[in-house]
Design a protein around this ligand. Structure first.
Ligand code: NAI
Length: 790
């Protein structure tokens, strides 16, 4: 007879299947195929493609491939609905969002089973993680709908949002996109992934059920071509995308110069760092949640295990023992740990990458447990002896494959953790709180989990650094992506009378007293000659030469970026220190107000009174950002119990700033000061037509104790210099104020390294151009989840 102790020892589970009866009935009711959900109703099915259950290979539905005409109809419906939806009171919108949340909960079983059938994820996850988080997201944002007027005064919705989501968390990604958009008063056209569109249709039915006004949510299914049509549509105001970095790049290129707001949540290769003093058993369970959750098809999966050399073998042994116990199989079985890979194409990709890693010399160990005979399954896999340059350490595999490496010192751990083009998430395991927080601060990632992993909550922002994208989803940070300041009209640029002209080494035409020197560039705290050796004439509005400025080149920009990189200590200085420098600068500017005003008059032909007013505004602005330097606080988000979720505002590092051609002083000051107040080092391209104000600024910087390299100034032709900044991998973010053509150049050039850009046409009135929005854009938020309690 089997003894209880035998059962406990073998822990042999029976099968515990979740019933798919309701989901099957729902699918049967749609056996003729799904159309799109446009203006509150389903369109008749068009050209259909198959949707397949990856655990069995069986076709479970047929769905219409969205055409350009479908996208147009959906965008038109969203545009039509926008006026009344955005005019509703926040409370009225909140009621709709609450209703959506409640109805998601009412249908949670259907949604969870459908998700598992469509995607292959274990029912335990769809039931206990995905769907509850979907409801949580709608509840949380219902609250925001009521609060926006108070919490984001003066903001308005962006408009019609095109949203494109991937297949790994189909319904959760839908909620992450739709809930904040609707709360903020936008309307949406959402394109689910072609592999997993079904829960989006179930959600569409919920929209009808709760009486959401037609056109507020529109859903068009289809593949990348449908997504591209949505991105290209002229009447879409914002694109929010989650998916591969490659497609993110294509979208950045397609939207360059279009004025569409963009947020990208892209891939990752997140480190899971285990120090010697970590609680190893907890860390092993952490790895299970980090890389075998959702079969590793998670953008923030902890796919690189970095473990202290002294404990590596012990950790690997424990991991292998744990992996032997993981059960891979039918996603609808409640006792399954690892379900099916989403599709054969993804399974092939995983196999290809692992085999390539093996050929490179990694030692690959696949968990020996049984795999189902049919369907898309891949065993939990551990690769050790992985070199940092190996494909397994670099590429996002998006499968249940852990690449392990060792380190000796904390510095080496941090260097390895940051040795990636991505920066989405990280997990840090140590019992030493000082080390945990230090490492969390130094890892370049949007989310850091301490002694935990893969935690999500609607109140916390989520999103990446570097090539993991830009923008956040969730919480206050995420909501800001769906709001804009009311558009300020732009002033037609005053014609510059003469084009920028290079006068190599030649003295300008006799022009009188104003020509007292050739302004150089300012790099690393020193005035330096431009690499080209050329200067150009600076003209007043009558075409008279008022001075010479250095004609900066790509080489000068590169030198300036290098100098700025060396000044990164500025970001680590206390905010109090930075404030002191800015106060000093404000005082020095004030004491030289007459001189700066005279220079403005000479260059721009402004009336003396106007010039004086510009200087006074600049002085006030300097005091303002000096005051703000130590007050732009982060937050502690209210997420889960027993966690402090710290939202830290971190400087980008090195920022590029392209100043407007007009308003040479106030344009410069309004952009440069918030950036440095937040701890960035900057490379500034001064106004091309009126560069002498910026070059006068050198002496202010010198006398205000600004450390060398914090502000670097290059003069010359904006388009060339801006493009170089956009392309430069050492520049972490770029602001550019100028004509649409310039914005297009900058945005297209930034697609390669996906840096965050903020491009704007020049505002009409710089007097209003200050505030938190500048500080928000001068920082990126890192959310650090810190557990407490034993
Ligand atoms: P993908 O990036 O091609 O697909 C994501 C979404 O973008 C889908 O809805 C797709 O239809 C749409 N799309 C594709 N091309 C488009 C275009 N040119 N314009 C607009 N929308 C477009 O990802 P895919 O091919 O499904 O997976 C490939 C790899 O991408 C995975 O192996 C994984 O490494 C990565 N990936 C990362 C995700 C993440 O959350 N970071 C999610 C999905 C995939």
């Amino acid at each position: 007879m089997t003894a209880v102790s035998d059962i406990l020892r073998t822990m042999d589970y029976g099968v515990a299947p979740e019933s798919d009866e309701h989901a099957r009935a729902w699918l049967a009711a749609h056996r003729d195929g799904f159309g799109h959900f446009i203006a509150g109703a389903f369109t008749p099915p068009g050209q259909l493609f198959d949707v397949v259950n990856p655990a069995t290979g069986e076709r479970i539905a047929r769905v219409s491939q969205g055409t350009t005409a479908d996208v147009e109809a959906a965008v038109a419906a969203a545009r039509k609905a926008l006026k009344s939806w955005s005019a509703l009171s926040g409370d009225a919108r909140a009621r709709h969002l609450y209703a959506l949340a409640r109805h998601v909960q009412k249908r949670e079983r259907l949604l969870a089973v459908l998700e598992s059938l469509d995607n292959g994820k274990p029912i335990r996850e769809s039931r206990d993680i995905d769907v509850p988080l979907v409801a949580r997201h709608f509840y949380h944002h219902a609250g925001w709908a009521s609060l926006i007027a108070d919490e984001f005064p003066g903001r308005k919705p962006v408009g019609v949002c095109g949203q494109i989501i991937p297949w790994n968390f189909p319904l959760l990604m839908l909620a992450w996109k739709i809930a904040p958009a609707l709360a903020a008063g936008n309307t949406v056209v959402l394109k689910p992934a072609e592999l997993t569109p079904l829960t989006a249709f179930a959600f569409a039915e919920i929209c009808v059920e709760v009486g959401l006004p037609p056109g507020v949510v529109n859903i068009v299914a289809g593949d990348g071509a449908t997504g591209a049509a949505l991105v290209a549509h002229d009447d879409v105001d914002k694109i929010a995308f989650t998916g591969s970095t490659e497609v993110g790049r294509a979208i950045r290129l397609a939207t360059a110069g279009t004025d569409k707001k963009l947020s990208l949540e892209l891939g990752g290769k997140s480190p899971f760092v285990v120090f010697e003093d970590a609680d190893l058993d907890s860390a092993v369970e952490g790895v299970v949640d980090a890389i075998w959750f959702n079969q590793g098809q998670v953008c923030c999966a902890g796919s690189r295990l970095l473990v202290a050399e002294s404990i590596a073998e012990r950790m690997y042994a424990k991991l292998r023992a744990r992996m032997e116990k993981l059960r891979v199989g039918d996603p609808l079985d409640k006792s399954i740990d690892v379900g099916a890979i989403v599709a054969p194409v993804q399974l092939e990709r995983i196999k290809r990458l692992v085999e390539a890693g093996e050929r490179e010399g990694a030692k690959v160990w696949r968990a020996p447990g049984p795999l189902p005979e049919r369907g898309c399954f891949y065993p939990p896999t551990l690769a050790t002896e992985v070199e940092p340059a190996s494909i397994l350490a670099r590429e996002e595999i998006f499968g249940p494959v852990l690449a392990a490496m060792t380190f000796r010192t904390p510095d080496e751990a941090i260097a390895l953790a940051n040795n990636t083009r991505y920066g989405l998430a990280a997990s840090v395991w140590t019992e030493n709180v000082n080390r945990a927080l230090e490492v969390a601060a130094k890892i370049k990632a949007g989310v850091v989990w301490i002694n935990s992993t893969n935690l999500f909550d609607a109140a916390s922002g989520f999103g990446g650094y570097r090539e993991s994208g830009f923008g956040r989803e969730g919480g206050r940070e995420g909501l800001a992506e769906y709001l804009v300041a009311p558009a300020t009209a732009t002033k037609p640029a005053k014609a510059v009378k003469a084009p920028l002209s290079a006068l190599p080494g030649r003295a300008p035409a006799p022009g009188g007293d104003a020509i007292d020197r050739t302004a150089k560039l300012y790099i690393g705290g020193k005035q330096t000659r431009p690499d080209s050796g050329y200067a150009y004439s600076v003209l007043d509005p009558d075409g008279k030469v008022v001075g010479l400025a250095g004609l900066g080149s790509r080489k000068d920009v590169r030198n300036a970026v290098e100098a700025a990189s060396k000044a990164k200590g500025w970001g680590a200085a206390t905010a109090h220190n930075r404030a002191q420098v800015l106060y000093f600068l404000a005082e020095n500017l004030e004491s030289r107000a007459d001189e700066f005003a005279a220079r403005l008059v000479a260059q721009t032909g402004a009336a003396a009174r106007e010039a004086r007013a510009e200087v006074e505004t600049a002085v006030r602005r300097a005091f303002y950002y000096a005051g703000f330097a130590d007050k732009y606080d982060g937050a502690v988000h209210a997420t889960k119990t027993r966690f402090v979720t710290l939202a830290m505002n971190e400087p980008w590092g090195v920022m590029g700033i392209v100043c407007p051609d007009q308003a040479p002083l106030i344009g410069f000051v309004s952009l440069v000061l918030p950036a440095i107040a937040m701890g960035n080092a900057v490379v500034v391209v001064a106004s091309a037509s009126h560069p002498l104000t910026a070059t006068d600024f050198y002496s202010l910087l010198d006398t205000s104790d600004a450390p060398a390299g914090v502000v670097n100034i290059v003069t010359g032709e904006a388009a060339t210099l801006a493009k170089t900044l956009a392309e430069h991998d050492g520049v972490d973010a770029l602001w550019c104020v100028g004509a649409r053509e310039l914005a297009k150049t900058v945005e297209a050039a930034s697609a390669a390294n996906l840096k965050a850009t903020w491009t704007r046409l020049p505002p009409r009135d710089w007097a209003d151009e200050q505030g938190r929005d500048y500080l928000r854009r001068a920082t990126q938020v890192k959310n650090i989840w810190t557990p407490y309690g034993e």
